[in-house]
Design a binder for this molecule. Structure first.
Ligand code: IPE
Ligand code: IPE
Ligand code: MG
Ligand code: MG
Ligand code: MG
Length: 333
C-alpha cells in the first residue's frame, strides 16, 4: 500500500514525523507477509486479510517496536517482523471486535468493517489466519536466535491469551461478572489493550538486547502507555470526530468505560497522570529517550479539550493542536 503520509499538526513533530517515516516501512513488510502467504486457492481469504490489514491504521504498536529497537541501538529492520506481529494481532482483534456479536461496528479505518464486505464467516476465519501469520513472523527469528524467538513467541502468546487481549475482551463484553470499581477498568484496559502495547515495546527491548534495568523501565512505560491509549480512545468515543477517527463514535454507550464511570474530566486527569508516569519511567535515559517520552503526550493530545502546559522534558513546541482528516489513512495521527 502506498499512502502518502503527512503528519498532523502537533506539538510533538518528532513523533509525527517518525510515525510517518516508519509507517511506510511497516506497510511494506505487511504487504510482503501477505504476498508470501498467498496460495492459488485462497482469494477470498487473501482479499479479506488484505482489506483490513492494508487499509490504513496508525501503526502505533509496530512503530513502538521499531522505536524501542532503535533507541537501544539496533536497526529497525531487525525488529520489523516482531513489529508486524504486533500489528497482525491488532488487526485481527479489530476485525473480531467489530463483529455484530461484539461491538457491532460498521465503519473501521474510514471504510466498511470487514464483515460487511466479506461476511462474518470470512471475517472470523481471516482474523484467525492473521494470528497464524503473527506467529509465523516471530518464527522468522528462530534460525538466527532461537532463544530470542522463543521469548518473543511466549510473550506474544501471553499478550493474546486469557490474561491478555482475549481475557480483556471477555471482561469488556461481559462486565456483569466483574466487580464495578476502578480495578475493573485497570484489568480490562490493561488486558484488552495494554498487553499488546507491552508486547510491542518489550519485543523491541528484547531484540535491542535491553539490560534488565532498561527492560523494566520500558515495560513500566508501556504498561502506562497502553492504559492511556484506551482511556483516550474511550474519551474519543464520546467527544471525538468520527471523520478523523475513521470509526463510529458513541458505540460504547452500553459499556462500562472509565469515562462513563468517572466522567470525562476525571478520565482526562487520570490519562494525564498516566502520561506523566509513563514519561517518568524513561527519565533515567535522559535526552536519548526523548522520542519515546513524547509518544504518550502525542497520544493524549489527540483528545479534544486537552491542552495546557506540557513539561519541558516533553519538548513543548507550543504549536496549536489542530486535527486533520486522516480517516482515509485510518486514523488521526
Ligand atoms: C483501536 O486501536 C483499538 C484500541 C485499542 C483502542 P487504534 O486506534 O490503534 O486503531 P488503528 O490501528 O489506528 O486503526
Ligand atoms: C478495542 O477496544 C480493544 C481491542 C482489543 C480491539 P474498543 O472496542 O474500544 O476499540 P474500538 O473503539 O472499536 O477501536
Ligand atoms: Mg471493543
Ligand atoms: Mg470496538
Ligand atoms: Mg473504542
Amino acid at each position: 500500500m502506498t499512502t502518502s503520509c503527512q503528519p498532523s499538526p502537533t506539538r510533538f513533530p518528532e513523533v509525527g514525523e517518525y510515525l510517518c517515516a516508519k509507517r511506510a516501512m511497516v506497510n511494506g513488510a505487511l504487504e510482503g507477509i501477505l504476498a508470501g502467504n498467498r496460495t492459488s486457492h485462497d482469494d477470498l481469504l487473501h482479499s479479506s486479510m488484505r482489506y483490513s490489514l492494508l487499509s490504513g491504521g496508525k501503526r502505533i504498536r509496530p512503530i513502538l517496536t521499531l522505536a524501542v529497537a532503535e533507541f537501544l541501538g539496533v536497526s529497525a529492520e531487525l525488529a520489523l517482523q516482531a513489529a508486524c506481529a504486533a500489528e497482525l494481532i491488532h488487526c485481527a482483534s479489530l476485525m473480531l471486535d467489530d463483529l455484530p456479536c461484539m461491538d457491532n461496528m460498521s465503519i473501521r479505518r474510514g471504510r466498511h468493517s470487514n464483515h460487511l464486505v466479506f461476511g462474518e464467516d470470512v471475517t472470523t476465519l481471516s482474523a484467525i489466519n492473521l494470528l497464524t501469520l503473527a506467529y509465523q513472523a516471530l518464527l522468522s527469528y528462530a534460525s538466527g536466535d532461537p532463544t530470542l524467538a522463543y521469548s518473543l513467541l511466549r510473550a506474544m502468546n501471553d499478550a493474546v491469551g486469557a490474561d491478555g487481549l482475549i481475557g480483556g475482551q471477555i471482561g469488556d463484553l461481559h462486565p456483569e461478572q466483574l466487580p464495578r470499581d476502578y480495578g475493573v477498568f485497570h484489568t480490562v484496559y490493561e488486558r484488552k489493550t495494554g498487553r499488546l502495547f507491552s508486547f510491542a515495546v518489550e519485543s523491541g527491548a528484547r531484540i535491542g538486547g535491553a539490560s534488565t534495568a532498561e527492560f523494566d523501565c520500558l515495560a513500566s512505560y508501556a504498561k502506562s502507555l497502553g492504559l492511556v491509549f484506551q482511556i483516550c480512545d474511550d474519551i474519543l468515543d464520546s467527544n471525538g470526530d468520527p471523520k478523523i477517527m475513521g470509526k463510529e463514535i458513541a458505540m460504547d454507550e452500553g459499556k462500562q468505560t472509565l469515562p462513563k464511570f468517572t466522567g470525562l474530566e476525571s478520565s482526562m486527569c487520570m490519562a494525564r497522570g498516566l502520561v506523566e508516569f509513563a514519561a517518568s519511567q524513561l527519565a533515567s535515559f535522559g535526552d536519548r529517550a526523548s522520542l519515546l517520552v513524547q509518544v504518550p503526550w502525542f497520544v493524549f493530545e489527540q483528545v479534544p479539550g486537552v491542552g495546557g502546559p506540557v513539561p519541558e522534558a516533553a519538548h513543548n513546541h507550543a504549536a496549536p493542536i489542530v486535527f486533520s482528516n486522516h480517516a482515509a489513512a485510518g486514523g488521526q495521527f
